[in-house]
Write a protein that binds this ligand. Structure first.
Ligand code: AMP
Ligand code: MG
Length: 275
C-alpha cells in the first residue's frame, strides 16, 4: 500500500526559472510556508514513508538513476538534510559523495574528473554533498583560478548535466538558503558545544567575512545553471523542520515521476510452493 501524503507541500515557488528569478534575496530564508514544527511532523513522517517505498521501487527496477545535488554556505544544513530526508532509505541504494578541497591528484585533472565517477548508477540515488559547483563558488570567491577560467564553467556544467540527463539520469539541485544571522548562531553553537567542535573550522570565520561575495556567486550559479533537465530549488533553510518537508516533497515529486510503479509480480511464481 502506498503511504499517503496528508497534503502536498507547495514547492514549485522555490524552483528557479532563470527568466523570472529575481535573486536569492527574493526568497525569505525564514519562510515557513504557513506550517509550524508541530504540523510539519506528521507530514515529514508521511514523506519519509513514501520516500522509502519509492526508493525501493527505483532499486528493484534498476533502470532509473537520480542525482540529488546539495549546495549551501557553511552551516547551511547539508548534513542534517541528508540525515532527515534519507532517514528511511536503504543504504544499499543511496550513496553520498562529499566533495572536499581537491587532492593533488584531483587538482592535476580537470574539475569534472572527480565528479563524473560518482554519478549514480541505474537503480541508485546519489546525493552530492557539495559538488562541481564549488568550482564556480569557493574557487571564484577565493580567486583560485582566473575569471576567464571559471566564467566558462557554467557552460561546461550545463553541458555536463545535459549529458547525464540525456543518458537517463534525473537531476535535482537544492540550494539551502540561510541568513547571515542564522549562520552566526549556528557557528556560535558549534563553538559553544564541545561535542560539535569536529564540525567547526577556523577557516569558516574567514569565509563568513566573504558572505556577500558568496551570495553573488550563488546567484549567478542559480541563474546560469538552472535548466529544465537540471533545475535548482532555493529552499528556505533557517527552520530545519520546514527545510526538511520542502526537500522531502521535492524528492517525492521527483521519484513519483521515475519510480512510482511497484516491481510487478512474476506470474511464474504464482502458487509456487517450495518442497
Ligand atoms: P565541509 O563540507 O565543511 O567538510 O568543507 C569542505 C571544504 O572543501 C569547503 O570549505 C569547500 O569550500 C572546500 N571545497 C570543496 N570543493 C572545493 C574545490 N573544488 N576547490 C576548493 N575548495 C573546495
Ligand atoms: Mg565545514
Amino acid at each position: 500500500m502506498a503511504a499517503q501524503n496528508p497534503e502536498h507541500v507547495p514547492v514549485e515557488h522555490y524552483r528557479v526559472d532563470p527568466a523570472l528569478f529575481g535573486g536569492i534575496a527574493t526568497i525569505d530564508p525564514n519562510a515557513n510556508g504557513g506550517y509550524d514544527k508541530a504540523s510539519a511532523k506528521p507530514i515529514m513522517k508521511a514523506l519519509n514513508a513514501r520516500v522509502e517505498e519509492l526508493q525501493e521501487n527505483l532499486y528493484a527496477h534498476g533502470k532509473e538513476r537520480l542525482l540529488f545535488v546539495l549546495q549551501a554556505t557553511d552551516t547551511g544544513g547539508k548534513d542534517g538534510t541528508i540525515r532527515a530526508v534519507f532517514d528511511r532509505t536503504n543504504p544499499q541504494g543511496v550513496h553520498v559523495a562529499s566533495f572536499k578541497k581537491p587532492t593533488s591528484e584531483e587538482l592535476a585533472h580537470d574539475y569534472l574528473w572527480r565528479v563524473h565517477k560518482h554519478a549514480p548508477a541505474k537503480g541508485h540515488i546519489t546525493v552530492f554533498n557539495r559538488s562541481h559547483y564549488e568550482d564556480v563558488l569557493v574557487v571564484r570567491v577565493r580567486e583560485l583560478v582566473e575569471e576567464a577560467v571559471w566564467a566558462k564553467r557554467y557552460e561546461h556544467i550545463r553541458n555536463f548535466e545535459q549529458l547525464l540527463a540525456d543518458e537517463g539520469t534525473t537531476i535535482v539541485k537544492i540550494f539551502l538558503h540561510i541568513s547571515k544571522d542564522e549562520q552566526r548562531e549556528r557557528l556560535q553553537a558549534r563553538i559553544d558545544d564541545p561535542a560539535k567542535h569536529w564540525k567547526f573550522e577556523m577557516g569558516d570565520l574567514e569565509e563568513r567575512t566573504l558572505w556577500d561575495d558568496y551570495q553573488g556567486a550563488f546567484g549567478d550559479m542559480l541563474t546560469e545553471t538552472s535548466t529544465p533537465d537540471a533545475p535548482w530549488y532555493v529552499v528556505p533553510a533557517n527552520r530545519k523542520w520546514y527545510r526538511n518537508i520542502v526537500i522531502s516533497q521535492i524528492l517525492v515529486d521527483t521519484l513519483e515521476r521515475i519510480a512510482a510503479d511497484e516491481f510487478p509480480p512474476d506470474p511464474a511464481l504464482a502458487g509456487l510452493t517450495i518442497s
